[in-house]
Design a protein around this ligand. Sequence first.
Ligand code: NAG
Ligand code: NAG
Ligand code: NAG
Ligand code: NAG
Ligand code: NAG
Length: 381
Amino acid sequence: MAPIEMSLVSLIVLILCTSAPISATNFFDCPAIFNFGASNADTGGLAAAFQALQLPNGETFFNRSTGRFSDGRIIIDFIAQSFGLPFLSPYLNSLGPNFTHGVNFATAASTIKIPNSIIPNGMFSPFYLRIQYIQFRDFIPRTKFIRDQGGVFATLIPKEEYFSKALYTFDIGQNDLTGGFFGNVTIQQVNATIPDIVNNFIVNIKNIHSLGARSFWIHNTGPIGCLPLILANFPSAIKDSYGCAKQYNEVSQYFNLKLKEALAQLRVDLPLAAITYVDVYSPKYSLFQNPKKYGFELPLVACCGYGGEYNYDNRARCGETININGTRIFVGSCKSPSTRIIWDGTHYTEAANKIVFDQISTGAFTDPPIPLNRACYRKLT
Ligand SMILES: *[C@@H]1O[C@H](CO)[C@@H](O)[C@H](O)[C@H]1NC(C)=O
Ligand SMILES: *[C@@H]1O[C@H](CO)[C@@H](O)[C@H](O)[C@H]1NC(C)=O
Ligand SMILES: *[C@@H]1O[C@H](CO)[C@@H](O)[C@H](O)[C@H]1NC(C)=O
Ligand SMILES: *[C@@H]1O[C@H](CO)[C@@H](O)[C@H](O)[C@H]1NC(C)=O
Ligand SMILES: *[C@@H]1O[C@H](CO)[C@@H](O)[C@H](O)[C@H]1NC(C)=O
């Protein structure tokens, strides 16, 4: 076909497309991912900033500890792989990062709100959500500078057009809730802070949007009352029929309700943004309801841990060597992590993460109900 005929065809296609209804959308493959969050989405950020995690973290897939809190891949890894993209390098990784298809700003122990106690003296990551936003804000002009300079570093950063086309993913909020539970406050008091936590979350999403982000994939929070972290530390909690701490899960549910409502409002406030709310709570909870169906046993017992009914003790972290009455004990993995839901008492195994990923990527748990492979879209209003 001659170039002139080609452009005629293009013109006709263009006319046909632009006459589509006003809410038409244009789907494309996400070329990059910018991720924000906490340990459920950390691919090695906290480990890069402070100290390496030890094996058996990473044993199943990587055969080395990458800084992920799991035996293998986490949900953000499956998301990247589903787009044919490499695993995300942590922003804080100074050794050999490759940011061509995205960056991971998530660090374990991050909160949405400013933390009142930070590592190494306290419990939380200093890189809470606003700092992650600021790191991203600074990243954009710095990549432009490097791109303009050329050379080897210019081959390791995203193309300029990726910032508007990328998928912006979020998994954060659990630590704001658990931080409350471990503080000297009641469940109801933690619950009452949720509207403020969610408002804070929204402010950060708006800030990231104002830098040109358009497609958002935002996870809600999981059933914290099913985690050994909660079950072992609050033994008198009322249990549901699956053995999960009922009221703690209700706090997760209230967070999720407020988040879903706030994102519905955000779609009105930011009409050009593609905002997907992703319910990870339901697929995670269904693992505890029906462990056998998914090939799991001992649903509430940590695979890598030590002590008690839930194989969990705050003082015996996965991969550490502890001293019990003068005997040194290595806190290692259970025999087959692939038959377990919970990895270390707070995080999920690769096998569980894969099942949750498979379910959320279909669109059955998202609002609006779009599958992951259509999450990058542009409204043509
Ligand atoms: C895993 O790593 C260990 C050393 O840490 C090595 O001996 C072993 O061969 C590795 N296994 C695989 C499958 O790469
Ligand atoms: C960085 O990642 C991209 C995409 O995976 C790859 O094509 C490129 O070779 C990588 N660069 C280096 C220096 O490894
Ligand atoms: C916890 O709260 C109770 C009641 O508000 C108070 O009496 C107590 O001193 C507090 N304990 C700590 C360790 O802050
Ligand atoms: C949390 O607060 C909401 C709104 O006041 C309420 O409906 C819900 O029952 C509360 N949940 C818990 C566990 O206190
Ligand atoms: C340590 O020894 C004490 C006294 O013999 C005993 O009561 C306790 O259960 C032991 N702790 C563990 C974790 O085995």
